[in-house]
Design a protein around this ligand. Structure first.
Ligand SMILES: [Zn+2]
Length: 144
């Protein structure tokens, strides 16, 4: 039995060696709150089936979030966080690209290089032109 320490370090002692919160943890707690809200809204609009699905989802997300915070396997939790951050960067990178393409759609056409999948931007309205990829040097023809 661990004795209660009156000087307030009980929490610190309890958390010693445990993983704690990270970026993935923050995402899980926010996603958990959102699914709770979705479950409540779906119940109010009379959709108990979908409400139950979101209810279970919220329990899973928040449960996994607390499991990770209290976990002592810090190496595995850090690896999960690293994978989450890599995926997040990929998604935000893709979203930024879509936003830039959309903003510049009047003046530019965007193509994906057949050689390296890099997106290349060329001015609109130049007719059929030869495009050279700046990253890999692959040249291809497109109508702009
Ligand atoms: Zn290329």
């Amino acid at each position: 039995m661990r004795r209660w320490n009156p000087n307030g370090t009980n929490g610190a002692r309890f958390m010693a060696g445990r993983y704690g919160a990270d970026h993935l943890g923050r995402f899980l707690s926010i996603a958990g709150c959102c699914t709770v809200a979705a479950a409540l809204v779906l119940r109010m609009v009379g959709s108990p089936g979908f409400s139950a699905v979101f209810g279970f989802l919220s329990i899973a997300l928040i449960g996994f979030c607390y499991f990770r915070i209290l976990s002592r396997n810090t190496a595995r939790r850090a690896e999960e966080n690293r994978r989450y951050l890599a995926l997040r960067d990929k998604v935000t990178g893709w979203l930024c690209l879509q936003r830039d393409c959309f903003r510049q759609r009047r003046d530019y056409v965007f193509y994906r290089c057949p050689g390296c999948r890099q997106v290349v931007r060329v001015p609109r309205g130049k007719g059929r032109i030869r495009i050279t990829c700046r990253r890999c040097g692959y040249a291809f023809e497109r109508k702009t």
